[in-house]
Design a protein around this ligand. Structure first.
Ligand SMILES: [Zn+2]
Ligand SMILES: [Zn+2]
Length: 272
């Protein structure tokens, strides 16, 4: 058992993926921790977007990492903050040279690590941020990837699979996040056999890697989808991978966003 599976086995009053002023979150760690307490959370993990090797306004700097860790410690000692707090990180996998597995991240005194893919190398090997708005994605698709959607989607999953092979993290973040923007270009995407085969590959790699797989609930109310999409949840349950339900909160009033709905849907699936 790991820290994460200990928590998820004991309670559903947790959120292990969240952001604050240290990256692109919209509140301080203290505000998020207090809000988590008001929601009745028992465990709350801070997971800033990691320092990264490319320009990105959403990621924290290496210089701020010690400040972040100190702030988790300071808040943990505060008697009026309810949840148990964790210093984690959402680490970007960029290439086999930069991801959760590299020494820099392995040496940081973190409670756990989340591995996520947001950047997908284009045909020239240049990493491009495929997260963010659909409008921006469509522009990048045209300008950076010559409009080749299948290339981007396959490359995204190749990144996820390589990250799982390299390891060095405890929880796989939002593993089909590319679908959020890709389905705005091709709404049929998730019906294709080749696409489903990629999902199957991720699930089997996650089993081999021994990681917890996140169900990310952040966008269920605004974009009507979980990550991974609930159509893939039966595969997770059949494979027996440990699951954590996280809101990926960037705002104090979004800490519970979609979590109850995800737990209810999971329960229904399990009882089938
Ligand atoms: Zn993310
Ligand atoms: Zn996140």
């Amino acid at each position: 058992m790991s820290l994460i599976t200990d928590i998820t086995a004991a309670t559903d009053r947790y959120n292990l993926h969240s952001h604050t002023q240290f990256c692109d979150g919209r509140a301080t760690m203290e505000e998020m921790a207090r809000s988590a307490g008001e929601c009745g959370m028992l465990h709350y993990g801070f997971s800033p977007h990691s320092p990264i090797c490319v320009d990105s306004p959403c990621n924290m700097s290496r210089e701020s990492v010690p400040l972040f860790i100190d702030e988790v410690r300071r808040l943990s000692e505060s008697p009026d903050i309810m949840p148990r707090l964790y210093a984690a990180m959402e680490i970007d996998f960029i290439s086999p040279d930069f991801g959760p597995h590299i020494d820099y991240f392995q040496r940081l005194p973190l409670d756990y690590r989340i591995g996520s893919v947001h950047f997908v190398p284009n045909q020239d090997g240049i990493p491009v941020d495929c997260d963010g708005s659909a409008e921006r994605f469509r522009r990048y698709l045209k300008e950076a990837y010559s409009g080749d959607l299948r290339y981007v989607v396959e490359k995204f999953y190749e990144q996820v699979l390589t990250m799982l092979e390299r390891g060095g993290f405890d929880m796989l973040g939002h593993f089909d996040k590319i679908a959020q923007n890709a389905v705005t270009v091709d709404p049929e995407l998730e019906q294709y056999q080749w696409y489903e085969a990629l999902i199957d590959d991720v699930v089997s790699h996650a089993v081999s890697a021994g990681v917890v797989v996140e169900i990310n609930t952040k966008y269920i109310n605004t974009k009507d989808r979980f990550f991974p999409h609930e159509m893939w949840w039966p595969k997770l349950l059949a494979a027996g991978v440990p699951i954590a339900v996280n809101s990926d909160a960037h705002y104090p009033d979004k800490i519970e966003e979609g979590r109850r709905m995800a737990f209810d849907k999971l329960e229904k699936l399990k009882s089938k």
